[in-house]
Design a protein around this ligand. Structure first.
Ligand code: KG4
Ligand code: ZN
Length: 384
């Protein structure tokens, strides 16, 4: 399966070090103009360190996808600094929305609804997007739709594969989440497994820091691993219990740290590339194994991946092989759609919109918003 056409068509670094990107899909050269009978959504995302705005038609066509990435600003601190993230979101969000509308060739008049990520994520960061979306909704009278960030990641697959329909099994692996989700229908999710401790991306970031590769760790480990031997060091694959699809990555992370400490105490040189490759293999083994077992148990003929870690080259290759062997169709978004972006929020927002789900002016940021329960999702508290 080849990567499809989503690619960065414009990229520049602003004076403050924030990277501006415009992502386009060649299939959808049309603009929002004259789009009677279709639903055009302006989507906003600001849950972590990317300020993003996009215009998406019918949940599938990306008319524009603007990402303003702060990664370079946070790199010097070795991770995301929430206060800096919020401040930069405030500075960048209007520009992103304007650029998204301009790139799509439309104005707010052409927009049917505004969709926004309201959780999970950093509260101060989320609040910027939520406030922006509420202000636009209030000023234009257009409906507001609240979107769960992880649902957005899953829906990135709908942008890449116009033919993809539920049900399917989806592995969501990002910096904050590792979920195995049975997508039963549009907007209907059952969590089959999740991490008991660190998220997969978090483990990549921590191990990268420990071996001196820097932040963000995932892409750097991925790159270093290409030069290393994945079988050089045997790191543990955690099983939480025989029957569980849950993940645990903190034991693996500790095993890597122990390995590094011991090598240091013995005065031995470590081969960073071998550590990266062996660690990566341990993570990928568990992610692929759990997903394939769950797909078999739930009778899924389709497997999808999503989230920042879904860009990992070895993870993609392993899934491709396993799915081909088992006659399962494998779906994975282009790397630019795996990372945080607003087009995926526009896709998820569309399915909420056509179901009639609307948020009010009381929509709030919910940092620990759970996935899979509408009641809890809108009120941010457990109904159990
Ligand atoms: O989905 P995302 O952009 O933001 C969150 O919602 O967290 O995911 C970011 C995470 C980071 O932990 C980053 O290190 C990881 O995704 N990541 C990768 C790769 N690219 C990004 N992990 C492994 N391999 C990659 N190529
Ligand atoms: Zn994310």
């Amino acid at each position: 399966m080849e990567d499809k056409n989503y690619e960065t068509i414009e990229r520049r670094t602003d004076e403050d070090g924030v990277i501006f990107m415009s992502i386009k899909n060649d299939d959808n050269a049309s603009s929002a103009e004259g789009s009677d009978g279709t639903v055009t959504i302006l989507a906003i995302e600001s849950s972590c360190d990317e300020t993003a705005a996009a215009v998406v038609r019918n949940g599938r066509e990306v008319l524009s996808n603007i990402i303003s990435s702060q990664i370079a600003l946070h790199t010097i601190y070795g991770g995301v600094v929430p206060e800096i993230a919020s401040r930069k979101h405030v500075e960048k969000i209007n520009g992103c929305v304007r650029a998204a509308l301009a790139e799509a060739g439309c104005t707010l008049d052409d927009i049917d609804a505004i969709a926004v990520t309201y959780g999970p994520g950093l509260v101060g960061a989320l609040l910027v997007g939520v406030s922006e979306a509420k202000a636009i909704s209030f000023a234009t009278g257009k409906p507001l739709v609240g979107v769960h960030h992880i649902e957005g990641h899953i829906c990135a697959n709908y942008l890449e594969y116009k033919e993809l329909e539920p049900p399917f099994m989806c592995l969501v692996a990002s910096g904050g989440h590792s979920h195995l989700v049975l997508v039963k229908d549009y907007g209907v999710y059952e969590i089959i497994g999740q991490t008991r401790d660190d998220a997969a991306g978090e483990a990549f970031d921590k191990v990268a820091r420990a071996i001196g590769l820097g932040y963000p760790g995932g892409p750097k480990v991925d790159k270093a691993a290409r030069e290393g031997n994945p079988d050089a060091i045997s790191f543990p694959r955690a099983k939480t219990s025989e029957k569980s699809y849950d993940f645990s990555f903190s034991g693996l992370k500790s095993a890597v740290l122990n390995y590094l400490n011991q090598a240091e105490m013995k005065g031995e040189e470590i081969n960073k590339n071998d550590v990266a490759a062996s660690f990566q293999k341990a993570v990928v083994d568990v992610l692929v194994e759990h997903t394939m077992e769950a797909a078999a148990e739930y009778g899924c003929e389709k497997v999808a991946i999503a989230g920042g870690v879904a860009s990992n080259t070895v993870l993609r290759e392993r899934f491709e092989e396993e799915c081909a062997q088992k006659g399962i169709t494998f779906y994975r978004p282009s790397p630019v759609l795996c990372t945080d972006n607003a087009a995926m929020i526009g896709a998820a927002g569309y399915y909420e919109y056509i179901k009639g789900n609307r948020a009010g002016m009381d929509l709030n940021a919910v940092p620990n918003l759970p996935l899979g329960d509408r009641e809890r999702r809108y009120h941010g508290r457990s109904s159990k």
